[in-house]
Design a protein around this ligand. Sequence first.
Ligand SMILES: NC(=O)c1ccc[n+]([C@@H]2O[C@H](COP(=O)([O-])OP(=O)(O)OC[C@H]3O[C@@H](n4cnc5c(N)ncnc54)[C@H](O)[C@@H]3O)[C@@H](O)[C@H]2O)c1
Length: 310
Amino acid sequence: MHNIGILGAGLIGASWASFFAAKGLKVRIYDVNSEVKENALQTANDNLQRLVNLKMLTSKAAKTGQQNLQTVDSMKALLTDMDYVQESVVEDYAIKADVYREFEQYASLSTILASSSSGLLMTRMQSVMKHPARALIAHPFNPPHLIPLVELVPGEQTASSIIDTVKTFFVQLGKHPVVLNKEVQGHIANRLAAAIWRESLALLDEEVASVEDIDAALCQGPGLRWAMMGQHLIYELGGGEGGYQKFFDTIGASFEEYWKDMQDWTTIPEAVKQKAVAGTQAYLEQKNRSEWTAWRDQKLAQIQQVLSEE
Ligand SMILES: NC(=O)c1ccc[n+]([C@@H]2O[C@H](COP(=O)([O-])OP(=O)(O)OC[C@H]3O[C@@H](n4cnc5c(N)ncnc54)[C@H](O)[C@@H]3O)[C@@H](O)[C@H]2O)c1
């Protein structure tokens, strides 16, 4: 697959464009909002230069990437002779349905449609399509040009061969795809994130600690291990010589007590949102958002450099 279409060029679409261009592929960018589309082109060009600064890309590859990026003015122009489309439009079933219907007007039958959706169900999204077998979810983590994870999720009508093709494609591009056997809202990573986020908000609401200390308890502790090990392997080692079974036998019951004491909100109380927004202002006194983003991207590159060493 050489021709890549970016359909929806906001935060995630622009980062995807950077990723595919950095890999030497031809990238066409389309968004209904032409200002967003032109900004995405600029962001993608800037990201390629940042990848050079982070020593993740050669200057030559960045130049080729910049030459391979272009914006187009219509879905028709996006989809002519197109191999693979990464759809990153607004997270809304009705909007995605309109976009998928329009996609089918112009795309050839061999064009793959991959959605960046953070948690919608592909079965529902592809239900408006006449040829739904080529649609799947390929969910990135922000920013996709720096984070290797991509979650591949089939809908009920997705062909298994399409999942295999896209998995191989991403492996060749250096990503780390995981394939879900069946769809669930939020896939894997956002369900895990949702559990952590709810408890982060609840701890704030119960005034157990400040925003900064709740965040520090995560990133100065478990977060360091999470860059290289998931919870199952961590607790396998946490059981010592007895392994995971010993962990269940000795510590499992304590966790059951924590769960009984923890929040089970399914909506976020308004007052909690306000406390969280107010609590994060302290961060913005240290650095503005673009400074935090640049700092994050540099650390992400450095962590991956360390992890690539055996
Ligand atoms: N923000 C994140 O951290 C994140 C992470 C992973 C995945 N995602 C997913 O990526 C998708 C996009 O999220 P985002 O944060 O980039 O949103 P965004 O609001 O920044 O961008 C969405 C873009 O879609 C465009 N759009 C709307 N209707 C369109 C149409 N008919 N044709 C073409 N473009 C259209 C909008 O103009 C907008 O620029 C969502 O499905 C979201 O769940 C987001």
